[in-house]
Design a protein around this ligand. Structure first.
Ligand code: NAI
Length: 247
């Protein structure tokens, strides 16, 4: 590993992705901030990351589009010569009870949350194998382990992401590429703001630490997994959930 490192964070315009970018940001790190549409949110993330001394580049692609992901990662390697850290954070919800869930809702969530991670991992693995070093961190969810009514598509995608994490971890370990997941519990972001009040209250009642988490608390776990201190962890799921699920 050289002193200069290059990171790609998907869905980094806001929320947990932005907090991860800010937590990783340091001089000597080049961070590519991806989102499906780049706008004011992404610009704000970029300026905040640069203020912490990292180089930040915006890179627009839809993680569900395999060709666009490959082109984006080719651009990163062409411009920066390497790719050390991949954080698969982009994710969406399309909640509905199973009897009402439309095929389009199922497909959209699986395409972004699970296939999106596959697309990014497949493309990022090539430069990482060449370097014989890499860190892949997938943002899963507590519900991927617990299940959650109304979220069959989302839960299936996050449970799938955990299985993907374990398999890729076994495939890549001999090349010093570690692959881990962080499974946040209920975190205060725009994704969760839209939930009905009664759902939020029911969630809160299940959390021993009696509060929702912050994006920064998820970002701390990601930064640890990306660091040399986590060199002996692979195929693991780190739960950041206030005690909501204890495994
Ligand atoms: P958010 O909705 O605030 O941010 C997600 C970002 O991903 C947005 O900027 C969005 O534009 C981007 N994105 C969506 N589809 C994309 C695509 N196809 N390609 C590229 N970018 C795309 O969500 P939040 O809360 O920050 O969530 C981030 C991750 O954390 C997601 O994977 C989510 O499932 C996971 N998570 C969130 C929890 C929470 O309580 N907020 C709990 C557990 C997991």
């Amino acid at each position: 590993m050289t002193d200069l490192q290059v990171a790609l964070i998907t869905g980094a315009a806001r929320g947990i992705g932005r907090a991860i970018a800010l937590e990783l940001a340091r001089p000597g790190l080049v961070i590519y901030l991806n989102d499906v549409v780049l706008g004011d949110d992404a610009n704000l993330t970029q300026s905040q990351v640069e203020a912490k001394g990292a180089q930040a580049h915006l890179i627009e692609f839809n993680v569900a589009d395999g060709a666009a992901v490959q082109a984006g990662i080719d651009r990163i390697v062409k411009e920066s010569g390497r790719l050390d850290i991949l954080v698969n954070n982009a994710g969406i919800t399309r909640d509905n009870l199973i009897v009402r869930m439309k095929e389009a809702e199922w497909d959209a969530v699986l395409e972004v949350n699970l296939k999106g991670a596959f697309n990014c991992i497949r493309a990022a693995t090539k430069p990482m194998l060449k370097q014989r070093w890499g860190r892949i961190i997938n943002i899963a969810s507590v519900v991927g382990v617990m299940g959650n009514p109304g979220q069959a598509n989302y839960v299936a995608s996050k449970a799938g992401l955990i299985g993907l994490t374990k398999t890729i971890a076994r495939e890549l370990a001999s090349r010093h590429i570690t692959v881990n997941a962080v499974a946040p519990g209920f975190i205060q972001t725009e994704m969760t703001e839209s939930l009905p009040q009664n759902v939020k209250e029911a969630m809160l009642a299940q959390i021993p630490l009696s509060r929702f988490g912050t994006p920064e608390e998820v970002a701390h776990a990601v930064a640890f997994l990306a660091s040399d201190a986590a060199a002996y962890l692979t195929g693991q799921v780190i739960h950041v959930n206030g005690g909501m699920l204890m495994v």
